[in-house]
Write a new protein. Structure first.
Lengths: 311, 848
């Protein structure tokens, strides 16, 4: 599937900003299942300096600094991305028992497996607590194939939790998400990662976009999309399997990957430090526009409760 | 048996050796001075002989002298969490001796360890072979907050991660040295080692001069040269700064000390800014580029853009400037990770893999519980181990001191997250002599040695910091809590030439006169130091006068009505009418003493002095040593509470404060070059003084409850003008004469006229940020105030005695017209000169 993605953020400040330094993780990463054309980046006012690099996790980071006094800032990134439908894992893929995955992760001296152990540790937004393990445990009876357990956990979070964009903020503790059973995609991804790490497995946070489909008979609204978040779990020696608990699915060609890391803290789309500025307002609009492909794709029906992140 | 075979070289002690009468060495342990009960090691014999010649009593006297010098120099540790908790550093005057051979071996091990940790950092933030190959478990590194993913591949080719390295060391019962831990992100202590050496040289001058010991100066010269060589862009004349977290840091003394010693600027995060990926110092004259930063701010606080977003101590964009190689940091950001005790068990293997060498300096035996075998070992031998967290700033647990419940909880915690714990052998430390009550007593000691990068390797300081310690608390912990330290002497075969600690420059130098490159923050603090000093002086004068009147009244029943006006001037509510004169005396005394002693009162002596301490501390290296000694003495005098609340004692204490304040300001005038920094100090003082004088004037001639002669006399006394007046007029007080003396006489330093003229002259000398030909706002304001005074109609005011209503309206008008522009002056100065001290903020808060 081919998309033209437009992500635009606009900050308006109550007083002038004399200097700001920013980091954007808005350039989609290249993966075996995702091909990205060069992005068109437009930043207003024009930054004095902008540089791209790869971070520790292999994500593309754009650093830029605006050094003239300004009252507003706009960052717009337009990228054409082609996502392949076929992924390594599907809900029915056979997999090893989850305990074996845990043991292999700990004991196999393969560089790739050793490095994946980073993703089974606590991280800034995902503390480890026995309550997450207790929540996950029913889906992981002894000897259950790993993917089977994760598919069930994914479904349970989808069914038992309410999507509520007004309940949480970045600062809401994960424990509160679990006890109140409410949140947005970012919270559900964090929670599911906490459950998997509690089991001794490696799981990472993925940020990106989801193509949303208009109700039947209505035109697609431009700019009404939003950023999205999901996660991936590691199968030692095989690879990473992605899950989207907000939509009870395994991402395929409608999920466009931006970046991944231990949690949201590693992949926040836009961060910055500024001098001055007073208070500010932020306006974000995302547009995921499907592009005509050479071969027509079969029509997809809308899944009614599909929920992107709208923070 | 071994000891017996070498005993012929060693001198048995005779009973007359009083210093050593009670020096009893534990049989199982290792003593640095004695190889057995009463048997001195050869390299101590000369020193002990000389010490005995001095005798215990003399040594005690010199010990007291050292502590006095320390206090006078203000060598303090500012204990965390306690703003008033400046703890004094204690220095023992018996050095710790080490032979040159023994030290060379130790130094080789230390230098190798520095190379090893540097190589490890290069790998962890680069290819991570140590992790991929399984030499170092990922849990150990990635669980630690000191591993900063943002620093991944941040250091340009050819740069070194570890420039400075501190190693904590102790000798075990077997006489072998072991490393207990490493300080990598901002290794402190070298400055204290230097201060200890200077103090000991003063306390034992003869012994020090003739002792064949290795000097420290050349090591510090290497530190300076290494820093200068890090500058790639201006190798000729590099701009090096020391970045400190500020006066609240427990080791701020050392930062100021080293910055002065190495002749580099002491700066805080808010003095720096990153533009065009370069680091600049914000000065009165604009931005000046920085080439090298000697960094004493913790890793994660250094860059709020990429590291801790809530940090106010760092510089946004710093890491980006490092990546582009526009600035060099010593040490590089990210080096914190090698401080974890968790890596100790892995060092022998890492040394082989990374350096292809055997590890020379062993570490204290340590087990990392993340390995199942190590966990079982630690749990099984808990009784003789110390358990530590691998994370920073955590407590430790002594296995044999735990009650059942704590032990259980600890074991549960260890089993739940074993990778976060290590077990360490608890080994008795070697003992060294410490002077106690005129006797030498063995105390366990720990050392901190220092290495600095030089050429391809590292150079080790011949000596270091020696601390009396039980070995459980790390040297860092004792650094933060204070304690007893010793000088560590490395002996040389022959006496070494004493090298002055003032180094000689060889390279070219750009002659400068301290001026426009003064950081704006420093100017700001000097201005406020001036204001606080003058305010303290003003309050002290009012208080002294009030207490004096109170005492006279008590003795002679003189007229005391002007006391109420003095209370008004001090902004103390006048106590309600008392039933008896006695009760009134007590009420007044209490109100006045409160202002002297109560730290919570905003204009009490205590509160004002803490303002002096705060602003003075922030610009400590711009004040002379003697000025700083006076601040220390003032601190003692002000914070010392009298045992009984006596008005007389309080007045005497104020008398002393006033003399010291006068000495402090006088010294500043005499010793600070009268450039930009001093100008701000002086403007601060005179702005405060003129505002206070105007207030006093207003009180005496316009708002007084009891106007008249007694009050005028008080005003003259407070402004130090009574003598001048008497000499000049030799007559009773006359308001016109007083007005001339206090308002118009531009040659009298206590007059408004003089003060305004001085302000005008100094303000005109301030640097103009934009070189505009027009008058600045502050110039216009002072011009307005001074002109108003000069244009005043003296005749109208002089009629004060005849037609009091009209002239007091005139006077009120005049005073208000002078005061108004002066009240805006402070803000105008701040806006023109200190304004780029604005604190940066995060775009989005990223704290979970």
């Amino acid at each position: 599937m081919k998309y033209l993605i437009t992500h635009r953020s606009q900050y308006k400040y109550s007083s002038g900003v004399a200097l700001c330094h920013n980091e954007a993780r808005l350039l989609p990463r290249q993966t075996p299942w995702q091909l990205c054309q060069p992005s068109r980046i437009s930043i207003k006012p024009r930054p004095a300096l902008s540089l791209e690099r790869d971070d520790f996790f292999g994500n593309r980071v754009l650093y830029f600094a605006i050094q003239d006094i300004h009252q507003q800032m706009e960052v717009k990134v337009v990228t054409e991305v082609t996502v392949l439908k076929q992924r390594q894992f599907s809900p029915d893929s056979p997999s090893m028992p989850w305990e074996q995955a845990r043991r292999m992760l700990q004991e196999t001296p393969e560089p790739e497996i050793i490095e994946a152990r980073l993703f089974k540790l606590e991280s800034r937004f995902i503390g480890l607590d026995p309550t997450y393990l207790a929540y996950a445990k029913p889906s992981f009876p002894p000897d259950r194939p790993l993917l089977e357990g994760v598919v069930e956990l994914n479904r349970r979070i989808y069914q038992e939790f309410t999507y509520d964009p007004h309940f949480t903020t970045i600062a809401t503790p994960l424990k509160e998400v679990l006890s109140e059973k409410r949140g947005v995609c970012q919270d559900f991804a964090h929670l599911m990662i906490a459950c998997l790490r509690g089991l001794g497995l490696a799981a990472r946070y993925v940020s990106g976009y989801l193509e949303t489909l208009p109700p039947p008979g209505q035109p697609r609204l431009v700019g009404a999309d939003a950023s999205h978040a999901w996660l991936a779990v590691y199968l030692p020696g095989e690879g990473w399997a992605e899950f989207d608990p907000t939509n009870n699915c395994m991402p395929q060609d409608r999920h466009i990957t931006l970046a991944w890391g231990r949690d949201y803290g590693d992949v926040a789309p836009l961060t910055g430090v500024m001098s001055g500025g007073g208070s500010h307002t932020l306006e974000v609009s995302v547009d995921v526009a499907p592009q005509p492909a050479a071969v027509a794709e079969p029509a997809t029906t809308r899944r009614d409760q599909e929920q992107p992140l709208s923070r | 048996m071994i000891e017996a075979s070498v005993a012929h070289k060693e001198r048995p002690l005779s009973p007359g050796d009083t210093l050593l009468d009670h020096y009893s060495v534990a049989e199982s342990g290792y003593d640095e001075m004695c190889s057995g009960p009463g048997v001195l090691r050869p390299h101590w014999q000369d020193l002990v002989h000389l010490l005995e010649q001095l005798g215990g009593a003399e040594l005690e006297r010199r010990h007291t002298e050292i502590q006095r010098l320390l206090q006078a120099d203000g060598v303090t540790y500012n204990a965390y969490g306690d703003p008033h908790g400046y703890q004094h550093w204690l220095v023992d005057n018996i050095p710790l001796l080490m032979t040159g051979e023994e030290w060379s071996e130790l130094a080789a091990g230390m230098a190798q360890r520095s190379r090893l940790l540097n190589a490890l950092l290069a790998d962890l933030y680069g290819p991570r072979m140590t992790i991929r190959q399984g030499w170092l478990p990922p849990e150990l590194i990635f669980s630690h907050p000191g591993f900063l993913p943002a620093c991944h591949q941040s250091l340009p080719e050819g740069r070194r991660w570890l420039v400075f390295h501190g190693i904590d060391l102790a000798r075990g019962p077997d006489g072998l040295f072991r490393a207990y831990g490493d300080r990598a992100q901002s290794p402190s202590g070298a400055g204290y080692a230097l201060e200890n050496r200077i103090l000991l040289a003063r306390a034992l001058p003869m012994i020090y001069r003739d002792a064949p010991l290795r000097r420290l100066a050349s090591f510090l010269e290497t530190e300076r040269a290494t820093l200068a060589n890090l500058a790639r862009h201006h190798p000729e004349n590099p701009h090096v700064v020391l970045l400190t977290p500020g006066p609240n840091s427990p080791v701020y003394f050392e930062h100021a000390y080293l910055a002065n010693y190495l002749s580099i600027s002491l700066v805080e995060g808010e003095d720096l800014v990153v533009r065009d990926s370069r680091v600049w110092l914000k000065t009165l004259g604009g931005l000046r580029p920085i080439d090298v930063i000697m960094r004493r701010v913790a890793d994660d606080f250094c860059d709020p853009l990429e590291l801790r977003g809530d940090s106010l101590l760092g510089v946004p964009g710093l890491l980006q400037a490092v990546r582009r190689d526009h600035v060099a940091l010593a040490n590089a950001l990210g080096s914190w990770i090698v401080e974890t005790p968790g890596i100790l068990p892995f060092l022998p293997l890492l040394c082989q893999q990374l350096l292809d060498e055997d590890l020379k300096l062993p570490s204290i035996p340590t087990w990392w519980c993340g390995r199942p075998a190590d966990l079982s070992h630690v749990l099984a031998h808990l009784d003789r181990l110390v358990v530590r967290s691998i994370l920073p700033n955590q407590p430790y647990w002594e296995g044999n001191q735990l009650d059942e419940k704590t032990r259980r909880t600890l074991m549960d915690r260890m089993q739940a997250a074993p990778h976060l714990f290590v077990g360490q052998e608890s080994m008795p430390l070697s003992t060294a002599p410490v002077l106690e009550k005129g006797q030498l007593t063995p105390r366990p000691v720990m050392l901190r040695g220092f290495a600095v990068a030089e050429d391809d390797g590292y150079r080790v300081m011949p000596g270091g910091l020696c601390r009396v310690s039980n070995g459980l608390e790390t040297v860092q912990a004792t650094l933060q809590k204070g304690g007893i330290s010793k000088d560590w002497w490395v002996l040389a075969p022959t006496p070494q030439r004493h090298v002055s600690l003032l180094r000689q420059a060889y390279g070219p130098i750009v002659v400068t006169r301290d001026g426009n490159d003064l950081p704006s923050r420093v100017a700001d603090n000097l201005f406020w130091l001036g204001r606080y000093s003058e305010r303290l002086d003003g309050i002290a004068r009012l208080l002294r006068e009030a207490l004096g009147r109170l005492l006279e009244w008590e003795q002679d029943n003189t007229d005391e009505r002007c006391l109420d006006d003095l209370l008004d001037a001090l902004e103390i509510p006048v106590p309600p009418v008392a039933e008896s004169p006695r009760a009134r005396f007590f009420a007044l005394r209490e109100a006045l003493l409160d202002l002297l002693l109560e730290p919570t009162h905003p204009s009490s002596m205590q509160a004002l002095f803490s303002g002096i301490l705060r602003t003075g501390g922030a610009v400590r290296n711009h004040l002379g040593d003697d000025s700083w000694r006076l601040i220390n003495r003032l601190q003692h005098n002000i914070q010392e509470r009298p045992i009984e609340s006596s008005a007389r004692q309080a007045r005497d204490s104020l008398e002393r404060n006033l003399t010291m304040m006068a000495a402090f300001c006088g010294l500043c005038n005499e010793t600070m070059p009268h450039h930009q920094g001093w100008l701000f100090f002086d403007i601060g003082r005179y702005l405060e003084r003129v505002l206070r004088t105007l207030d006093l004037f207003h009180l005496a001639f316009i708002t007084a409850r009891n106007p008249g002669l007694p009050l005028w006399e008080v005003v003259l006394a407070i402004t130090d003008n009574l003598t001048v007046y008497r000499r000049r007029y030799r007559s009773a007080l006359h308001p016109t004469a007083i007005i001339d003396l206090l308002l118009f006489d531009t040659d009298n330093p206590r007059s408004v006229g003089y003060q305004l003229r001085r302000l005008q002259r100094n303000i005109a000398r301030l640097h103009r940020p934009d070189n505009s030909p027009y008058r600045t706002a502050e110039e216009r304001l002072i011009l307005e105030a001074f002109t108003t005074l000069q244009l005043a109609d003296i005749e109208a005011l002089a009629a004060l005695t005849h037609d009091s209503t009209r002239s007091s309206i005139e006077l009120t008008r005049l005073l208000d017209a002078i005061q108004k522009p002066l009240l805006s002056l402070s803000d105008a100065l701040a806006h023109s000169h200190f304004s780029h001290a604005e604190v940066p903020r995060q775009l989005v808060t990223m704290q979970p």
